[in-house]
Design a protein around this ligand. Structure first.
Ligand code: PSU
Ligand code: MN
Length: 304
């Protein structure tokens, strides 16, 4: 019933059992400026290939769900105007109406599961926003992690969020939060936050086994793998703190709400760091893509 369009390499991978890694597209349309967005998307896809898996960038184009984008699709999407930012609530509506939308973490997880893909790499997940006690702004990504059995590799949650509340909600929802190779929960542009991650794993194999065992227990939901940004690429949290505070202040002043909040904050931080936030963002996404490919390969070695 759903019009699925597989890229050639994803179709081939399915036929011969090569592991596949899902990639989101909101980071392309709403997370990074053109033309870097398209360059990064290609680079991240190549990182997945170099690590022995096949990339499947996911998006809805004119009512069709694409699992893997062609080079032309990627070029087009990277500069298209008015592309929706799709999450759980509006995914099916976009398909029904023949619309075009980029998939957030939540929507990419839904699509990945639908296509039989178990691992997904992104930059950072959405979470509980600062001031959520009055705004109620909690990303649908968190609920999705509780419901959809996909392992998501991210660099933690963005420091624009309330990390303490984000970790609390993830715990409440029963989502395993696994720091990779360190104890601290990473903070996106910075390798370490002040918070300890609930779980720590040091190998892709452990993460893959935990994924399988959750399935074996019949638990719904996925895992959040929090992979710290490589140290040479990080921006110190102390340097970012005033920039984030200013961005949040501006968002309030301009009465930015709903889906527009995260893209607005990212753009402001990009401007205020003279583009250094983007350089860091690129390094961490690539790092996540490589780890996700390793996990996908280990999952392929373990029986379902
Ligand atoms: N992290 C980034 N760039 C992004 C996003 C996350 O570095 O563009 C996107 C992801 O698609 C994530 C979404 O799912 O922001 C969260 O949006 P919201 O806070 O509105 O739920
Ligand atoms: Mn929100």
């Amino acid at each position: 019933m759903i019009d699925l369009v597989l890229s050639d390499e994803v179709a081939a991978a399915r036929a011969d059992g090569t592991p596949v890694v899902a990639l989101e597209s909101t980071i392309i349309t709403h997370g990074m400026p053109h033309p870097q967005n398209v360059e990064v998307a290609r680079q991240v896809e190549q990182d997945v290939r170099d690590a022995g898996a096949v990339p499947a960038t996911i998006a809805v184009i004119q009512g069709k769900l694409h699992i893997g984008l062609s080079s032309d699709d990627l070029d087009w999407l990277g500069q298209a105007e008015g592309v929706a930012k799709l999450s759980r609530a509006d995914f099916a509506a976009c398909l029904a109406q023949g619309g075009t939308g980029a998939t957030t973490v939540a929507a990419t997880m839904i699509a990945a599961r639908h296509a039989g893909i178990e691992v997904f790499a992104t930059g950072g997940i959405g979470g509980v926003h600062r001031g959520a006690e009055t705004s109620f702004d909690i990303s649908a990504d968190l609920n999705e992690l509780a419901q959809t059995p996909v392992t998501v590799v991210a660099a933690g949650a963005k420091a624009i969020l309330d990390l303490a509340k984000t970790l609390e909600v993830l715990e409440t929802l029963g989502v395993p939060v696994i720091a990779y190779g360190q104890d601290a929960f990473p903070a996106f542009w910075s390798a370490r936050s002040d918070f300890k991650a609930p779980l720590r794993m040091n190998s892709a194999e452990e993460i893959a086994r935990a994924h399988r065992l959750r399935g074996g227990l019949g638990l719904p939901g996925g895992q959040l793998v929090a992979n710290p940004i490589p140290q040479e690429a990080e921006i110190a949290a102390t340097e970012l703190a005033p920039i984030i505070a200013k961005a949040l202040f501006d968002a309030e002043k301009h009465r930015i709400t709903g889906k527009a909040v995260t893209p607005f904050l990212l753009q402001r931080i990009f401007e205020q760091t003279d583009g250094r936030s983007l350089t860091a963002n690129i390094a961490l996404v690539r790092n996540n893509a490589r780890l996700a490919a390793q996990i996908a390969r280990k999952l392929g070695d373990l029986s379902a």
